[in-house]
Design a protein around this ligand. Structure first.
Ligand code: ADP
Ligand code: MG
Length: 244
């Protein structure tokens, strides 16, 4: 059996008295695209944020490439470099152009020299179809292009896994497709991905596994056909009925 790249085991997270994640067990294997759905407030973002320790789990393990990174004493910087994250809001620096945004991440995280960072940043921008836009600042780019820059920035670090938290939710509908296309290409290139999204069509064509969360727990998981075509739990059935 192949070792999972990322594994959550008995993951719990409370904010004060409130338990938000109530014991998550999840394994993501190399090259897999795990697609997470669930109602607003069900803990999807908190789960992703626990994966790279933007939130500290209250208990449980976050195993990255076989090592529990939630254990005390683990240095976070090298771990975070192995996990790329793409948010709903692109979080680009407005005063830097696309190339500058990507190469700054490379210089900061990997301590690459300026010229090497710029070269690698240019290659990453080319992969997301933005070679021609490298010298544009965020304000000169559409939302879809800005999100592609954010994906290039995460991807350029060559992480072991990439986490996407509703990457297309802030976009006008006509810009969603170009971002999903980039994600599809990443998957085809073998990137391991955990994607929280409402794009059910994308899930059907690209997800290896769909995971349904509700009230801080994984209620059901399976292939897209199983989850969308033959949902078992009444909670998933009700959730899907509301999406239609
Ligand atoms: P989802 O991404 O599925 O919409 P979230 O993980 O954002 O859900 O939130 C799950 C629950 O945790 C919500 O009730 C939210 O209000 C709560 N929550 C998230 N972050 C915090 C925080 N930093 N402090 C307190 N409560 C939080
Ligand atoms: Mg969320």
């Amino acid at each position: 059996m192949t070792l999972p790249i990322l594994e959550l085991a008995g993951l719990r997270k409370s904010f004060g008295e409130l338990e938000i994640l109530t014991g998550i067990d999840l394994k993501v294997t190399k090259g897999e695209l795990a697609f997470v759905i669930g109602p607003s407030g069900s803990g999807k973002s908190t789960m992703l944020r626990c994966c790279n320790l933007l939130e500290r789990p209250t208990s449980g393990a976050v195993m990255l490439e076989g090592r529990n990174i939630a254990a005390s004493g683990v240095r976070l910087d090298p771990v975070r470099r192995r996990i790329g994250m793409v948010f709903q809001s692109f979080n680009l620096y407005p005063h830097l152009d696309a190339l500058g945004n990507v190469s700054l991440a490379l210089r900061k995280s990997l301590k690459l020299p300026r010229a090497e960072a710029a070269e690698r940043a240019a290659a990453a921008l080319e992969r997301v179809g933005l070679a021609e836009r490298a010298r544009h600042h965020p304000a000169q780019l559409s939302g879809g292009q800005q999100q592609r820059v954010a994906i290039a920035r995460a991807m350029a670090l060559e992480p072991a896994v990439m986490l996407f938290d509703e990457p297309t939710s802030a976009l006008d509908p006509e810009l969603v497709g170009e971002v999903l296309a980039v994600m599809r290409e990443l998957r085809e290139a073998g990137m391991t991905m955990v994607v929280v999204s409402h794009e059910m069509r994308f899930a059907r064509e690209a997800a290896d596994r769909v995971i349904f969360m509700d009230q801080g727990a994984i209620v059901e998981q399976g292939t897209a056909e199983e989850i969308f075509g033959a949902p078992k739990s009444s909670r998933l059935q009700a959730f899907l009925a509301r999406q239609a």
